[in-house]
Design a binder for this molecule. Structure first.
Ligand SMILES: [Zn+2]
Length: 118
């Protein structure tokens, strides 16, 4: 995480992950990024139901929140668990290669569609 702005960092390239911009300047000469330990995702099975316990990784660092939710289907990985939480229309659009954007943690998705003629 960037020590100044708190955004995620790609340490090998020393850039902000979201837009690949250079890290904020540290006037005190200290390293501009630091590692932060976070809770890893976990799949939980209880009473015949499956759950995902995780941190929302789509949010900026300081806004990430823990969540525990029941999964609508059986999955074998954390990545698939996140994927199965998307609406089916979003998964279909991604499979078709359409542009899909998510609005933060608000569970609002924007799908590209036909262009209107003006
Ligand atoms: Zn920064």
């Amino acid at each position: 995480m960037c020590s100044t702005c708190g955004r995620d960092v790609e340490p090998e390239n020393e850039v902000h992950s979201a837009d690949m911009s250079r890290l904020c300047v540290r006037l005190d000469g200290t390293r501009p990024w630091r590692y932060e330990h976070t809770l890893g995702g976990a799949l939980i099975t209880f009473d015949g139901k499956r759950y995902l316990s995780a941190i929302d990784q789509n949010e900026p660092w300081r806004l990430r929140a823990y969540f525990l939710c029941e999964l609508p289907e059986s999955v074998d990985s954390i990545a698939r668990a996140y994927d199965c939480l998307k609406p089916s229309r979003v998964r279909e659009a991604e499979a078709q290669g359409l542009e899909v954007r998510r609005s933060g943690g608000r569970e609002i998705f924007f799908l590209s569609g036909p262009q209107r003629k003006t």
